[in-house]
Design a protein around this ligand. Structure first.
Ligand code: IPD
Ligand code: CA
Ligand code: CA
Length: 255
């Protein structure tokens, strides 16, 4: 199935690339920061049409609502465009993210970084790849030499969750902090050893599913802020190379 996931993620990515810097139909979802465009919807339709045709018995959990809950042991978890705000503003950092779960466990994950034209994928137990190359998390064990990444939830006004305090604390503790605007790409850059750690609150299952497996298969660790095991419904995500994980947990606890 991994070949099918890769193929459909690339095709959806082409739809997104074709829509970049064109006239978009933009709507607000929960507020004026939370956007959806006609391209998010077209990408999702392309992916879900494929699944319905080729795997009609499978379930679907997709951001823009193309869901099928049919009790199947297989569920596809789909973000048809991760980084919509970047996309809508002309910033070329966005992706398509597709995870496949069997009986609630992720068995495959694909993130297509559209701007860089790099396809990240992992199958449970088989390592993580960027195109044809095997990827690994960084070896760095010193938070002071680390580059970290985070993001902010759309409901930050109602649920600040100390996100800005954490941002300040990690800025002081690390070499530097980035905020890319696509959680799926944040995970992949941890998997590739570009970033040493990534944390965020209030992500959704479609932001987490593929990226979590890619980090784990690259030798990294993904937990909540107390280092506890999580599933894709967790509202806290801490992904790292494993070596700075405890140091990051300490800072998350204190802030
Ligand atoms: C968002 C991005 C962003 C993260 C937000 C997500 P979307 O997804 O992943 O990096 O900070 O929390 O909701 O809305 O562009 O699919
Ligand atoms: Ca997303
Ligand atoms: Ca999205």
């Amino acid at each position: 199935m991994i070949n099918d996931i890769i193929k459909i993620a690339k095709e959806a990515g082409e739809i997104v690339r074709d829509g970049f810097n064109k006239n978009l139909k933009v709507e607000f979802k929960s507020n004026e920061s939370d956007l959806v465009t006609d391209i998010d919807k077209a990408s999702e339709k392309h992916i879900t049409d494929f699944i319905k045709k080729k795997y009609p018995s499978h379930g679907i959990l997709a951001e823009e609502g193309g869901n099928i809950k049919n009790g199947s042991e297989y569920v596809w978890v789909i973000d048809p465009l991760d980084g919509t705000v970047n996309f809508a503003h002309g910033l070329p950092i966005f992706s398509v993210s597709i995870g496949l779960q069997k009986n609630g466990k992720t068995i495959a994950g694909v993130v297509y970084d559209i701007g860089m034209d790099v396809l990240y994928f992992a199958e449970k137990g088989s390592g993580a790849f960027a195109d044809d190359e095997r990827i690994k998390v960084s070896e760095n064990s010193n938070l002071r030499y680390s580059i970290l990444v985070t993001g902010f939830p759309y409901n930050i006004r109602e649920n600040p969750y100390n996100a800005l305090e954490k941002f300040i604390a990690f800025t002081k503790a690390s070499r530097g902090l980035r905020r890319l605007g696509s959680a799926a790409i944040d995970f992949c850059y941890v998997a590739k050893g570009v970033f040493d750690g990534f944390w965020e609150v209030y992500l959704n299952p479609w932001d987490i599913c593929a990226g979590k497996l890619i980090v784990e298969e690259a030798g990294g660790k993904v937990t909540d802020f107390e280092s506890k095991e999580i599933n894709i419904h967790s509202k806290q995500i801490l992904a790292s190379n494993g070596k700075i994980h405890n140091n990051m947990v300490e800072i998350l606890k204190r802030n």
